[in-house]
Structure formats: C-alpha cells, structure tokens
Ligand binder design. Structure first.
Ligand SMILES: Nc1ncnc2c1ncn2[C@@H]1O[C@H](COP(=O)(O)OP(=O)(O)O)[C@@H](O)[C@H]1O
Ligand SMILES: CC(=O)N[C@@H](CCC(=O)OP(=O)(O)O)C(=O)O
Length: 310
C-alpha cells in the first residue's frame, strides 16, 4: 500500500495532455478503494495513539505521523493522541544542569524535575504538536492531565519521587473535544489527589488508562523497534501476535526486559480494561499507523485477549 503525505501528492489533472500518467492516479484510486472496508470498520470508533520515540524526534517521521492522524480524523475515526517527550525532558534537564536518572524505567522526579517535566510536556511538546497538526490542516486542541481533572493521581512510590499512579480518569474533556471535531492531544502530567502537586506519569501508562476510560477500539503505541521481539538484538524475530496470558511468561523468561516491561504491562491492563486490540508499532516506518489500520499488512505486534478470538 503506497501512501504519500497529504499535501505532497500531485492533484489529479483533468487537462488532456496526450498520455498523462494515469497509472499512478489509478494506483492512488485503487489504494483508496482498498482502504474503504477498513475505513468503514473504524469510522466512529475511538483509537488512541501513543506518540513518542524516534517518530517524534525526526521531522520527516513527525510529519508522516501527523498526516496519518489528520487523515484518520477526516474519515471519521475518533483519534486521540497521547504524547511522550522523555528525550526532550532529558535534554532540558541537561541544559539547566540538573541530573536525572531512571528507576525501573521511570524517571526519578524531584520538585525541580517536575517543574521541567510540566513545562516541557504541557508546554513545548504539546503546543508544538498541536500547532503542527493545525498547520497541516487538522483541528487539534491540547490538553494535559490537569485540564478538567483528566488524570488524577497519587504518589506511586516514594522511591520514584513525584511519579504518580493514576487513580481516576475523567475522559469528558477528551470526549468533548472529539464531539466538536477536534483531535485531542494529551500530555501526561496528572493532578495530585493526595498532595498539592502535579505528578509525572509515564506516557504509555497514561495512554492505556485513557484508552480504557474511552472504551477505545484500539490503542497504538509507537516505539523505536519493530514490535515485541523474541530476541531484542535481532529485528527479524518479531512476534506478530501475543495473547495477554503469555506476557508474564515472556517477562519471567527475560524475553521482555527494560522499557518493554512497563509497555507490555500497560497493554495487558488496557485489554483487561476492555480495549479490543493493542498494537506496538515501529515509529521509524513512515505511515506505520495507516499501514496497520487501513491494510491487511500487520506490521507490528498485536496484543489480544483470547487465543480463539478473531
Ligand atoms: N523483547 C523485546 N522486544 C523489543 N524491545 C525490547 C524487548 N525487550 C526490551 N526491549 C527494549 O525496549 C525498548 C522500548 O521501550 P522504551 O525505550 O521504553 O520505548 P519508548 O521510549 O519508545 O516508549 C526497545 O528499544 C528495546 O531496547
Ligand atoms: C514517569 C516517567 O518516566 N515519565 C516520563 C514522561 C514522558 C514519557 O513517558 O515520554 P516517552 O514516551 O517519550 O518515554 C518521563 O519523565 O520521561
């Protein structure tokens, strides 16, 4: 399936110029028609996309992701973007000379770190994404976890500092944005319930919680590998389908390690919470979201509940 950026495809010309290149136009039309059953299947459904990693750093990939999101929104899919920004937070902390480290894959968050997390995620990263979606012809609105008490959290564990555990999700601000035709773009800073503070939330975890609260059809996590690999050093060992009951065994045997542990665990939670399918996709592949959703090509790892379900 060949897909080009929304504004980069040449418009169909109706002028008679001898032999105009109908084959590429015919191919474009064929591609659109092939996507039709998938569009019909997902229109009106909610899809949460967690956007982070390489796809966020490279300008070219960022544009491809934004185009995918706008296209999905234009065909009536209720698409919600939850973004990360770990590398940008680390970069800003470095710039101000504040050391940072991770405990169990989560950033240890003291008060200074929390201030930076809030300004980078809710400010720079969120607003830049909203502006880019708008510039490319989408209608986006930015929200953080404190807006309308979208995410309310308590301290997860003192060993992580101001990292929160989401206790309540109020999806109304997101639903309202979707209902009025906007693409909600969500940053993952939560409002404290047990203290007068903001909490830092891992973006995968927040995306999974939001997908549950929205009864989303799908949760898509973009990352920097092809998906779940049987051997993390070998990209040829992609596991195409994983059932949730297999995950504990894959963690225990060491197949799933590092940052993949919290990612897979929140996928399992999302499915237990009612999300139909979770996909871990390679954010390095341009238009991976469209390829996964609007074609027969399953390009990443899909998580589902039962071995026998369709
Ligand atoms: N079995 C596995 N398959 C794929 N990646 C794995 C696996 N086990 C550990 N990983 C690591 O998990 C990383 C993805 O997690 P993480 O870096 O937290 O993602 P992101 O920052 O995109 O949210 C991969 O880059 C890889 O190093
Ligand atoms: C608690 C915790 O670790 N929060 C993350 C929030 C951002 C995030 O998750 O960004 P990525 O998806 O790009 O990694 C952090 O501070 O980096």
């Amino acid at each position: 399936m060949e897909i080009t950026g929304l504004k980069s495809g040449s418009p169909l010309k109706f002028k008679r110029k001898g032999l105009i290149n109908m084959s590429s136009h015919a191919q474009q039309a064929k591609t659109l028609v092939e996507a039709l059953p998938y569009i019909q299947k997902f229109t009106g459904k909610t899809i949460v996309v967690k956007y982070g990693g390489n796809a966020m750093i490279s300008e070219e990939l960022r544009r491809a992701v934004m185009c995918d999101i706008i296209l999905l929104s234009l065909v009536g899919i209720r698409v919600v973007v939850v973004h990360g920004g770990g590398p940008e937070i680390s970069e800003m902390l470095k710039r101000v000379g504040h050391e940072t480290h991770f405990v169990d894959g989560l950033r240890y968050t003291d008060e200074t770190t929390m201030d930076i997390v809030q300004s980078v995620l809710c400010g720079k990263v969120n607003k830049n994404l909203v502006a880019q979606l708008n510039r490319l012809g989408g209608r986006a609105v930015g929200l953080c976890g404190m807006d309308g008490e979208l995410f309310q959290a308590e301290c997860l564990n003192e060993k992580y500092g101001l990292v929160g555990r989401i206790m309540e999700v109020n999806p109304d601000p997101v639903i309202n944005a979707l209902s009025t035709g906007y693409i909600p773009v969500v940053s993952t800073v939560a409002q404290g319930m047990d203290a007068d503070t903001a909490y830092n939330i891992n973006a995968d975890t927040a995306a999974a919680k939001l997908a549950e609260a929205l009864h989303a059809e799908k949760l898509i996590l973009l990352t920097d590998v092809r998906g779940l690999l049987r051997d993390p050093q070998d990209e040829e060992t992609l596991i195409h389908v994983v059932h949730t009951y297999e995950v504990p065994g894959l963690v225990a045997s060491g197949v799933i390690s590092g940052g993949m542990i919290p990612k897979m665990e929140c996928c399992v939670d999302a499915i237990a919470g009612g999300v139909e399918r979770v996909h871990i996709l390679d954010g390095r592949i341009p238009h991976s979201i469209l390829i996964e959703l609007l074609s027969d090509e399953g390009i990443g790892t899909m998580l589902k509940k039962e071995a026998h379900s369709a």
